[in-house]
Design a protein around this ligand. Sequence first.
Ligand code: SF4
Length: 620
Amino acid sequence: MGYGYSGRILYVDLTTKEFWTKELAVDYVRPVIGGAGLGIRILMDEVNPKVDPLSPENKLIFAVGPLTGSAVPCTSRMAVVSKSPLTGAVGMSLSGGYFPAELKFAGYDALVISGRAEEPVYIWINDDRVVIGDASGLWGLTTTDTQIILKEKIGQLDAKVACIGPAGERLVRYACIINERRAAGRKGLGAVMGSKNLKAIAVKGTRKVAVANEERFKQALKRVHELMKESPVLYPSFSKMGTPMVVEVTAELGILAAKNWTATGIFAPVETLGGEAQTRYTITRMGCYNCPVRCGQVKVVKSGPFAGFMTEGPEFESTYSLGTMVGVNYFPAVIAADRLCDEYGLDTISTGACIAFAMELVERGLLSVDEVDGLDLRFGNYDALIKMIRKIAYREGFGDILAEGVKRASEIIGRGSERYALHVKGLELPAYDVRGAKAHGLNYATAYTGADHNRGYAIQEIFNVPVPYKVDRLAIEGKGRLCKWNQDVRTAVCDCMPLCAFPFDMALAANALEIVAELYSALTGLEMTPEEVQKAGERVVNIARMFNYKAGFTRADDVLPARLMEEGVPGGASKGQMITREDLDKMLDEYYEARGWDKGKGIPTKEKMIELGLPIEWLS
Ligand code: SF4
């Protein structure tokens, strides 16, 4: 493959310290495009779905896409894929920054890591040269320090580094992988890296992404820039505020979840945590490689108890998890909590959700102050929040229990605490209280990664975007088909090509399939229609579904926490809304039907497997 793709996968076995490359065949990658599709296909082909996620047999896959490193803006994205130690299902998390483009420049479409080193190591990839080095001096460092010291150690200050912090080293089940200030945040992929004794990966490349048809590619690229400029939101608002602008949107809709989902619509402190309010702390903006939007907002606390804390963020989701979810409206504390999570290498969403779960248990008298290490762990107490974040990262005291995630923590604690452990398939809930956005709720229930806002984000319900058609966010009918459309299209465009979800949502959604089909065809010289792009997304969702089925997941796992099905939203514009068991079943039936899945087992029928060109032996 001469164009778009690098045409090579780099394999590293940390047990034997061997590495080798494998040619990436067109007929292997084209049906799944690349990125998440390539990573999930490799996972399905090379990892036993029953494997212990923290064993040497699990693989950790970093996969970029055909657009990565090209002139298309907002495409320095990579999918990190593995079997998740938090959910036991497919773990897939996307990250931006500069590392993904650099991996492509080094000449690889994917990096596949297996085995376990006896002592801590790093991997240094410099084009064709690969070194597995001693990382004992780096072990214990936070993520920023790891990146600085490793670059010094290898003598390449402009190398890009992805690494874990103390949380990944201690196998916290929702530890993340940090590159620059970006995170492959969710599903515990940092713990998989830690289980392999792999502290960091440094990469530097000198290749360029070759284009098959320059003139055609230039025209398609021009169209992308035009649409991005025409968006009334992307540059005027999103560049200025970043994702926190969604605080205002969700607060108005009454779907900004708060206090472990007991105060949605009641506790929504827009005046201190809203996107506009957060700009008072912004000192500059940052962006990923080749991104004119630069949505990363660098914020600093200049006075008070958290003076000196700086973070790129907090993103909207972290404003929820470390703010409204834990009942904190003091923004400097949210900045500090966000920075600490990044430095320790913790997923901010799961961290805040785990602490909010414990706060509710304390307030209900199900946990005593002694059991939570003497902390006054109640909603709104940001001192306790900050202390508990460290305890989780280092697995100290009660933090050791919360480091397991809410599902396992509730099983350890017992006393009926399962009711307050909010998760789907073990993944803690993101910010959108989906009782007031039903297709988004169905996506939480069915996404192959668990409760994941990114897989099938319902832009129609949250931003009123009429693509592919206008919807009523509170209606149940039609949401099965809509959820399928969102998951398939987003998987293909944002996860596999991959193109950042923000320009997709705010500028390109209406034309995304046509645009990426044209970009892909011009770049790679392999013709692909918009229908084929969408079909590729569907194929990837089905491969992931089959991996999960073989790992033991069934229709019974496509469920929402009891609170969402039995308790109405307490206040605000979505007051009283819930997704009852009956509502969910109705949406699931429609969703399975639209997907061509067996309604009992929740897996593809033989006909669907044949239609997608997937092996029917997987069904046996
Ligand atoms: S919009 Fe933001 S997240 Fe997306 S590529 Fe640009 S800087 Fe990165």
